[in-house]
Design a protein. Structure first.
Length: 221
């Protein structure tokens, strides 16, 4: 399965707050069997086959759509028999160029409305190949080629440049394109992606995060 051959059914909403208008893209269908919550060292996200595709499509879209907020509502996806009592979170991916104040997210989310249906197809070059050598050190505070994170209104925001999303894209793509086959061949294998997170949105947070850990689960727990 190649992501470039997939069509992601989404809804597009435009929300105006004062002089500002925000374009929000979200899945047309609920993302079942995906769960995002706060862990010890960062955010923990578990996905099944379909949710892995949705995440990868959203990631590729975020890298190439500097004027949109890509919103994945995940809080309602907790399985009925889940024993996990951690704080559940939604996920928003966005380009730093938007300079979106996360404090406005609750208002934007409440005004989304039904949205306009739209099919998203990623071009073959949406996930450009990167190597470890492409990861440059962070030379100063305003360096933007890494993902920053923040939390507001029960939502994890991942914010960065196109370069930042592309540098972390390979493991996200592998979840969708490689993990199903890998686990079919080795059912007991651990298949995951570890997404490095840079400095946090608020420097006074008591518990800094290091990564977003995404685990592929054939049978969501």
């Amino acid at each position: 399965m190649r992501l470039s051959e997939q069509t992601w059914s989404t809804l597009i909403s435009k929300v105006r707050l004062g002089r500002d208008e925000y374009r929000v893209v979200r899945p047309a269908r609920a993302v079942k069997h995906a769960m995002l919550y706060e862990g010890q060292l960062g955010a923990e996200l578990s996905v099944d086959k379909r949710a892995a595709v949705v995440l990868a499509m959203a990631w590729g879209l975020a890298a190439g759509s500097p004027h949109s907020l890509i919103y994945l509502p995940l809080r309602a996806a907790r399985p009925a028999d889940s024993a996990n009592q951690e704080r559940l979170l939604d996920l928003v991916l966005l380009h730093h160029r938007l300079a979106f104040p996360v404090s406005r997210w609750k208002q934007v989310r409440a005004r989304l409305g039904p949205g306009r249906p739209h099919g998203v197809r990623l071009p073959p070059q949406a996930f450009r190949q990167r190597s470890v050598g492409d990861r440059r050190p962070w030379p100063h505070q305003d360096f933007r080629d890494h993902l920053r994170w923040d939390i507001a209104a029960d939502t994890l925001f991942l914010i960065g440049s196109r370069e930042a999303f592309e540098l972390e894209a390979d493991p996200v793509r592998a979840l969708a394109e490689g993990c199903p086959r890998h686990l079919a061949e080795s059912p007991d294998a651990h298949c995951c992606a570890e997404i490095s997170l840079g400095r946090m949105g608020y420097p006074d947070r008591r518990r800094p995060w290091a990564e977003l850990h995404v685990e592929y689960c054939q049978h969501h727990r």
